[in-house]
Design a protein around this ligand. Structure first.
Ligand code: FAD
Ligand code: SF4
Length: 457
């Protein structure tokens, strides 16, 4: 049996200085070798482990037979964003984590094959036209992240007039404003969204539902028969320690939005710079923290370090992202919990952190960090706080009877909220999760809304 084909990468010394994509994708040769590793299992565990149940062995066999367009169609019917998922899904915890080959050897590189097909379809303009018969019923979607996009495609294919309302000036949610260019080129996001537009989905930007217009108005004045709320979890979580509002302390969402959506990384070609200085500390250990640190390196900071309160083993980020961050010279300062930001003239200058030690396992299965009473200080020019996101409370505040839990997540039964005709899915329901889980929720909601509208008629 051949070994798993490694993903070709941009040179680590060069990539520290540019925002070009790091993972370069398989060529035809890699694709054929990798596809032939699949055992075409009778009971393929990979399929159930995929939140949208793509028929993985079937598309891989089509690759083996060099029927790339057919292979692509087999994915696309269940996953409308293969080029994106192939790049950003945590496959090691999903399809690849369940692949039978992984027991004794290395799993099939399902994500890399998916990415190849997605890109093949985009560059060969494979069958982007679908014939859809309108049923003259209309639904509204709030938010254009992966949950909203996946829902829109599924419901539009059933014939519904589909209007997507997005608060920002561009579409894609975290795919657009959060995940940096070097992991997910925005040209790919644009192409995937254009494909959805070609299905007849209508996109409306700069509309904050709850402010520009309310859910009640959408239903009562604009007569949408159902609404899918997919507003994500974009509200940053704060450390709530002294000095957090000093200049130079950013929340990861704001910082990444300024770099990605506002294109600070293209300054001076774009008029929107971001000043972060020579020494940058990123607080947190997830994918968002890795993205923030790797962005800082590329913006020219000399010293970029991650401050995390547990050990290396407990970092929640994807292994691949951690490895890439290490290769790019990001320093990990572990078992440290920030307690204060110290500034001069309102500008952050130093972080004081308590040294931690690990105790017994907590509910997350990781060993709990415990204070030691010892402290360390680090000089910094700026800090990025990346310790998690919560749902924005605007919809709850402006929508009567919308039930949320103590953490602001919309409560649902299936996808049905406490308001008849209003459904929800993605991060707004689960809290910060993954692209493919949000897409899975969008697909389920489309089926529920179709049933709801048919029963109401
Ligand atoms: P979002 O993607 O957050 O989209 C919500 C959309 O709703 C946004 O466009 C927002 O502007 C809009 N909106 C919000 N409120 C309103 C309103 N009132 N009116 C109108 N529009 C509104 N997951 C992975 O699987 N792999 C990764 O590598 C990965 N990396 C990540 C990196 C970062 C920096 C971040 C922040 C997250 C990452 N995630 C990753 C998580 C993943 O992106 C999310 O789980 C996913 O995007 C959730 O999709 P969603 O559609 O629920 O919400
Ligand atoms: Fe192929 Fe692995 Fe899925 Fe089996 S579990 S069908 S080997 S990808």
């Amino acid at each position: 049996m051949n070994k798993r084909q490694p993903m070709p990468l941009q040179d680590k010394e060069k990539r520290k200085n540019n925002f070009n994509e790091v993972a370069l994708g398989y060529d035809l040769n890699h694709v054929q070798i990798e596809a032939k590793r699949c055992l075409n299992c009778k009971d393929p565990k990979c399929v159930n482990a995929c939140p949208v149940n793509v028929n993985i062995p079937q598309f891989i066999q089509a690759i083996v037979n060099k029927h790339f367009e057919e292979a692509y169609q087999l994915i696309y019917k269940d996953n409308i964003l293969p080029s994106i998922c192939g790049r950003v899904c945590p496959q090691e915890n999903q399809c690849e984590g369940a692949c039978i080959l992984g027991i004794k050897s290395e799993p099939v590189s399902i994500g890399a094959l998916e990415r190849f097909l997605g890109d093949y379809a985009l560059s060969n303009e494979c069958l982007t036209c679908e014939t859809i018969e309108d049923n003259h019923q209309k639904v509204a979607v709030i938010g254009s992240g992966p949950a909203g996009l996946s829902f829109s495609a599924a419901i539009r294919r059933m014939g519904y007039t589909t209007d997507v309302f997005e608060a920002l000036h561009d579409y894609g949610g975290v795919l657009r404003y959060g995940i940096p260019e070097f992991r997910l080129p925005k040209a790919i996001v644009n192409q995937e969204i254009n494909r959805l537009k070609s299905l007849g989905i209508q996109f409306h930007k700069n509309i904050i539902v709850g402010k520009t217009i309310t859910i009640d108005q959408l239903m009562e004045e604009y007569h949408y028969q159902a609404i899918f709320v997919a507003t994500g979890a974009g509200l940053p979580r704060a450390l709530n320690i002294p000095g957090e509002n000093l200049n130079g302390v950013f929340f990861a969402n704001e910082y990444l939005t300024r770099v990605n959506l506002m294109k600070a990384y293209e300054f001076p070609n774009q008029p929107t710079p971001i000043k972060i200085g020579e020494t940058v500390c990123v607080i947190g250990g997830g994918n968002v923290a890795m993205d923030a640190a790797r962005v800082a390196k590329r913006l020219g900071s000399k010293e970029v370090f991650i401050l995390y309160r547990r050990d290396m083993h407990s970092l929640p980020a994807r292994r691949e992202e951690i490895d890439h961050a290490i290769e790019e010279g990001i320093d990990f300062r572990l078992l440290l919990n920030p307690v204060e930001f110290i500034g001069e003239d309102y500008q952050v200058k130093q972080i004081r952190a308590e040294v931690m030690m690990l105790g017994e396992k907590d509910a997350s299965g990781r060993r709990r960090p415990l204070p030691t009473g010892k402290f360390k200080s680090f000089n910094v020019d700026s800090v990025v706080v990346a310790i998690g996101q919560s749902p924005n409370p605007i919809l709850k505040k402006t929508t009567k009877n919308l039930k949320v839990d103590g953490r602001g997540r919309i409560q649902v039964n299936g996808c049905q909220t406490s308001i008849p005709g209003v459904f929800a899915g993605g991060d707004i329901v689960t809290g910060a999760a993954t692209v493919i889980e949000a897409m899975g929720a969008g697909k389920c909601a489309a089926i529920e809304i179709d049933t709801y509208i048919k029963n109401a008629n």
